[in-house]
Write a protein that binds this ligand. Structure first.
Ligand SMILES: Nc1ncnc2c1ncn2[C@@H]1O[C@H](COP(=O)(O)OP(=O)(O)OP(=O)(O)O)[C@@H](O)[C@H]1O
Ligand SMILES: [Mg+2]
Ligand SMILES: [Zn+2]
Length: 509
């Protein structure tokens, strides 16, 4: 007999066998029992979570002669037996991905009027319904509006956002959710027990984690392991078969990154290459491990859902305890970004290496050395800006400030915020100085001063934002670098608490 893949062999046949969608199977079961059924359903949710399976169960249940307690089909009566034959004419499965045109839907519309052959209801299951063309949706709409009494539609899709609102509003909608690790482990247990294979529990957890919430993906991966593993399905063999790095290796790597240890991280990476691990796999697993570390650090009892092995969780917690959240977040940012980039890169290996080094560098910025370096750089910047910093040289009351530098910075700020001012400031560059907390800007002539005056409020706002200690902006014509202290005093009084004013001619006059 030809080999039947696990996910086909273990397609649930009753509501009770459907894992993780109790909110849906219970509602449908109750509707069946009370006879209060709808004529159009929409099943949405991620791939491999049970949409088609539940649609098939429902299609048989609604026709079954002796339904079970929970509303499921009995599987024994004549109708159930007939309907389990894929060639039956009363449960019609239409794959919208390959029949997406208006002709197919018109055809469906014409056939809808014919009575079922043996059953009470004719059930149309339209899979991947989001693939229908706009014209086909319109044709379907007509039928959905007034379906004959003997017809039930079940539309299924992974992409509900592509379904027109007119269709949505005519269907009873059920959202299938991703399965948890525990649920997937249960599914795997059933499957392996069903085919009589022994397994280690950790092997099931590794498979469930790789399945990412999809029952079909998990069973497909399990299929691969069944062929790969000799005898018992062990954790080691599963890791090997899936081509994923062992969590220990990934944790080592992540720890090096968080400690800023480039040397060890790159050595570890080469070990992974040697084992034939894929670039994108390594990147994704580091991101996943960073997420584990973040959970372990910030969320008490996180392992109730992370489902790491006890030893592994202990190690993750230890790493998490020694590292600040900021470091974890920065590293996460690097690797989340990387996953998208890798898809389009012609040099994925270099990209991965670059990202590891980058993440290490960021982490070492947070070491004591790194922090001291950054403080020094900040102090130097502050000195240039004459911001008083306690204990630093710039705390002296009359530290020289470079007016031109301030102007340059202000221009940046104003330019960033205001395109029309940019044109003006680009055309006229003053020479500037700061004296006694007043910023003097000297333009070539009076006319320029008048032009600049029209935007002086905006400029002064920008100055105040960055240099609150500056009390006035004075726009002048001429060069005027030779003012005396007495004149500045006068200006300061005039300027009050920061009005902008304009003076014609040289300020010496
Ligand atoms: N909730 C579930 N409980 C048990 N098995 C499931 C469940 N969901 C999926 N499976 C398994 O996965 C296989 C595929 O499921 P199904 O075709 O119902 O998924 P689907 O949601 O329709 O996926 P797709 O969106 O790709 O069409 C089933 O044959 C079954 O083995
Ligand atoms: Mg399906
Ligand atoms: Zn039956």
């Amino acid at each position: 007999m030809a080999y039947v893949s696990l996910y086909r062999r273990f397609r649930p046949q009753t509501f009770g066998k459907v894992i993780g969608q109790g909110h849906i199977t219970r509602t449908l079961g109750n509707q069946l029992k009370s006879g209060n059924i709808s004529h159009a359903y929409l099943f949405t949710g991620s791939r491999g979570t049970g949409k088609t399976s539940v649609a098939k169960i429902f299609a048989r249940a609604v026709n079954c002669l002796h339904p079970l307690e929970d509303g499921s089909p009995c599987g024994e009566c004549d109708i159930c037996k007939e309907l389990s034959n894929p060639a039956n004419l009363d449960i019609l499965e239409i794959d919208a991905a390959s029949n997406n045109g208006v002709d197919e839907i018109r055809n469906l519309r014409d056939n809808v009027k014919y009575m079922p052959v043996i059953a009470k209801y004719k059930v149309y299951i339209v899979d991947e319904v989001h693939m229908l063309s706009a014209a086909a949706f319109n044709a379907l709409l007509k039928t959905l509006e007034e379906p004959p009494e003997h017809v039930i539609f079940i539309l299924a899709t992974t992409e509900v956002q592509k379904i027109p609102a007119t269709i949505l509003s005519r269907c009873m909608r059920f959202d299938f959710r991703l399965l948890t690790i525990d649920e997937l482990v249960k599914l795997l247990m059933n499957a392996f027990d069903g085919i009589g294979r022994k397994y280690e529990h950790d092997a099931l957890v590794a498979l469930a984690q790789a399945g990412q919430g999809s029952a079909r993906d998990t069973l497909s991966l399990a299929d691969m392991c069944v062929s790969y593993c000799e005898g018992e399905i062990t954790y080691e063999q599963v890791i090997d078969a899936l081509g994923i790095c062992s969590p220990e290796l990934i944790l080592n790597m992540t720890e090096h990154i968080l400690k800023g240890d480039v040397d060890s991280a790159l050595h570890e990476l080469n070990d992974m290459y040697k084992q034939g691990k894929s670039i994108s796999g390594i990147s994704r697993e580091i991101a996943g491990m960073l997420s584990n570390i973040s959970y372990a650090k910030n969320c008490a009892g996180a392992n109730s859902f992370l489902k790491l092995t006890v030893d592994m969780y202990e190690r993750v917690r230890k790493v998490a305890a020694d590292v600040e959240n900021a470091k974890i977040l920065h590293a996460m940012e690097v690797f989340c970004y990387l996953d998208g980039e890798l898809r389009y890169s012609s040099l994925p290996k270099v990209l991965l290496e670059m990202s590891i080094i980058k993440a290490c560098e960021i982490s070492s910025d947070f070491t004591q050395d790194g922090i001291l370096k950054r403080i020094k750089a900040l102090e130097e910047r502050a000195e240039g800006m004459a911001l008083p910093i306690e204990g630093s040289k710039s705390a002296a009351p009359s530290a020289p400030v470079n007016g031109d530098k301030i102007w340059g910075e202000i221009i940046h700020e104003v330019i960033r915020d205001n395109a029309s001012v940019r044109v003006l400031l680009d055309s006229y560059t003053p020479s500037c100085e700061v004296k006694d907390n007043i910023l003097y800007a000297y333009f070539a002539d009076e006319n320029t001063c008048r032009v600049i005056q029209t935007v002086s409020d905006i400029i002064f706002d920008a100055v105040k934002r960055r240099y609150p200690e500056i009390t006035a902006l004075k726009i002048l014509s001429g060069t005027g670098r030779t003012q005396t202290d007495i004149e500045i005093e006068k200006i300061k009084n005039l300027a009050g608490d920061g009005r902008v004013f304009i003076t014609g001619g040289n300020s010496n006059g």
